[in-house]
Design a protein around this ligand. Structure first.
Ligand code: DX5
Ligand code: ZN
Length: 220
């Protein structure tokens, strides 16, 4: 499976959001990761469907929308209509998890499930046959710029084994605290998709950073 770099716009300069997205697209990003926060599931508040709609017009890259919201089942339709290509919902925030994943597929969105650092992989067992990807949080969700929690990489390795054995089409994404300095470890643990906020947007030359990141994940 082709490994992918997904810049998280949370760390972009929002006064120039369009230019920032175009710049990472030009620099070789594979996806645009969009962090939606509701002030309930996580303490922070970010953006809603209107911003997704705006981004949709700007870029041809897939929009990977990470819903850090309570009861995501109430909002998947509106985020799909706004132009999301991929959507992840938190296992911790959604009780009708299977139905919501099924709904995403009906909406022609690639469905994914996310787990927080303290959530066991066992939570995923009933739905691994339903999702296209799993997003493993390597920080507690809510803010960019936090350090990666090392124990989450063991979880990635465990998930890698399960996926390789039983669900080979499922991709593994990792989100939080990834940088040039540690991306090789994340790749070795078994990630396919690498989400980086500050690790890209707080560097000077996006093209050079993404070139380095791609080389490191493909050499790992
Ligand atoms: C955290 C978000 C992440 C965040 C990553 O709650 O889900 O996508 O933007 O930012 P960095 O790479 O700075 O940890
Ligand atoms: Zn995210």
């Amino acid at each position: 499976m082709k490994k992918k770099i997904a810049p998280s716009i949370l760390s972009a300069d929002f006064s120039r959001l369009g230019e920032e997205v175009k710049a990472v697209e030009k620099a070789g990003a594979h996806l645009i990761h969009v962090d939606v926060m509701d002030g309930h599931f996580v303490p922070n508040i970010t953006i809603g469907p209107v911003v997704v709609q705006g981004l949709r017009k700007l870029t041809s890259l897939p929009l990977d929308v990470h819903l850090m919201i309570e009861e995501p089942e109430r909002y998947v339709e509106v985020f799909a209509e706004a132009g999301s290509d991929w959507i992840t919902i938190h296992a911790e925030a959604c009780s009708p998890l299977r139905q919501t994943i099924r709904k995403l597929r009906q909406l022609k969105v690639r469905p994914g499930v996310v787990v927080n650092p303290s959530t066991s992989l066992k939570t995923l067992y009933p739905i691994l046959d339903q999702v296209d990807y799993v997003l493993v949080m390597s920080v507690h969700p809510g803010f960019g710029g936090q350090p990666l929690i090392p124990s989450t990489l063991r979880k990635v390795s465990q998930l890698r084994k399960i996926v390789d054995r039983d669900y080979p089409s499922v991709e593994i994404a990792v989100d939080g605290g990834i940088k040039v300095e540690n991306i090789t470890d994340v790749a070795k643990a078994g990630a396919d998709i690498f989400v980086l906020g500050t690790g890209i947007f707080k560097t000077k030359n996006y093209k050079e950073t993404i070139r380095k990141l791609k080389k490191m994940i493909n050499d790992a």
